[in-house]
Every structure is written in C-alpha cells, then in structure tokens.
Design a protein around this ligand. Structure first.
Ligand code: ATP
Ligand code: MG
Length: 195
C-alpha cells in the first residue's frame, strides 16, 4: 500500500494544501492521504496559533468530499511539541513495514528539514515529496537524502494561510482561496478578525 501524510498547521487549510495533496496522490497513485493538523508546531513557538480544534474541524470540512482524504487527530492527542518523527513512527507501526509512506510538504517546509527533530530517522521512515510552490527555489540537499526525496511541481497556487489571515483581518474576501465550508466556518466563529 502507498500512503500519503500531509502535515501542517492549517491555520486555516486552503486550496494550496488541497491541490498539492491531490496532485501528489494522483501522481504517485497513493491509496489515501492523511492530513495531520499539528497541535503545537515546534517551528511556530511564540506565534499565535488558532485553537487546534478549530483547525482540525476546518481540515475535516475541507477534505470531506474527497474519498481519498482522511484526517488524523494523532498530534492533537499527544502532549508536548508536535514532531513529525513521532507521527511517522505512529503511522509506520499502524500501517506496517510493507507500506510505502510519502510525507508531503511544500518546498519551503522541506528546505528546513535539517532543523527538524531527528532527520536521520525521518528519512528511514518515509519518502519525502517536496512540492515546489511559487516564489520558492529548491535548496540543494545532502547526497545521502537525495534518493529519499521526490520533487514534484504542483499547479501554481500562490496561497498561504498567513495571507488568508491577513485578508480576513482587513475584511477582504477569501472566496475561492479556501473551500466554501471553511470560509463559512471562519465567519461563523469570528476567526482571524482580531489578530
Ligand atoms: P503560513 O502562511 O502560516 O506559514 P502555510 O500556508 O504555509 O501557512 P502550513 O500549514 O504552514 O500552511 O503548511 C503546511 C504544509 O503545506 C507545508 O509543508 C507547506 O510547505 C505546504 N504548503 C502551504 N501552502 C502551500 C501551497 N500554496 N502550495 C503547496 N504547498 C503548500
Ligand atoms: Mg508555512
């Protein structure tokens, strides 16, 4: 079986995340992609992050119409910083050694990989898919990691969660940048208005 994992803060989830996950799923013929909202992203310490339950629910709303997409609460149930390596260990155990695990990231996130907790083990546990995204250039990479990384260029979507938050705060439209259900959820709960 071929499995995909898409980790992120998803504050909020947007079409850039969804298109990336779907294109990677299609290209590598993955059986499913599991979205894993991060409870306490180690690289966003000190930043204000929306309540994980809000972020989780928005991911559920955004992925519900895709039969290949699932959402996991594994990082929400865990205490301490949300390290990808703990999540990978969990899914490696859950799916067994025969499954091939593709960890999907944007190129910008992948460029920081050496700063992640335990990169050596990460590369043993999965294959990385680094999706190039407008405005980012792929960095050079250590030779030992190269074979465990697939690069894929996804349809150019210059969307970032930070831009969505900025727009909501300014009262600008976010229509067609996030799924309609997510747009409505943000409105209903007054998210990002006072940031
Ligand atoms: P922020 O602007 O707050 O950093 P973000 O849009 O980058 O948010 P994250 O939740 O930080 O969203 O990203 C989760 C994952 O999705 C990361 O691997 C990131 O590189 C990737 N990603 C984010 N936006 C895009 C996009 N438009 N296209 C492809 N990948 C993306
Ligand atoms: Mg980001």
């Amino acid at each position: 079986m071929k499995k995909g994992i898409m980790g992120g803060t998803f504050d909020p989830i947007h079409l850039g995340h969804l298109v990336t996950a779907e294109e990677v799923r299609d290209y590598f013929h993955l059986d499913e992609v599991v979205f894993v909202p991060s409870a306490r992203p180690p690289h966003k310490v000190g930043q204000v992050i929306t309540n994980p339950e809000h972020r989780y629910l928005m991911v559920v709303l955004a992925t519900i119409t895709n039969p290949y997409f699932r959402v996991s609460r594994v990082e929400l149930e865990r205490v301490g910083p949300s390290y990808a390596v703990d999540t990978l260990r969990y899914f490696r155990e859950f799916w067994g050694d025969d499954s091939e695990i593709f960890f999907i990231t944007g190129a910008d996130a992948f460029a920081q990989i050496s700063s992640w907790n335990n990169p050596e083990e990460l590369f043993r546990l999965c294959t990385f898919v680094a999706a190039t995204r407008p405005g980012y250039k792929m960095v050079s990479m250590e030779e030992k990691y190269r074979q465990k990384v697939k690069m894929i260029e996804v349809s150019a979507l210059a969307i970032a969660s930070s831009e969505i938050r900025r727009r909501v705060k300014k009262g600008e439209s976010i229509k067609y940048l996030v799924p309609e259900a997510v747009e409505n959820y943000i409105k209903k709960n007054g998210l990002y208005v006072n940031e």
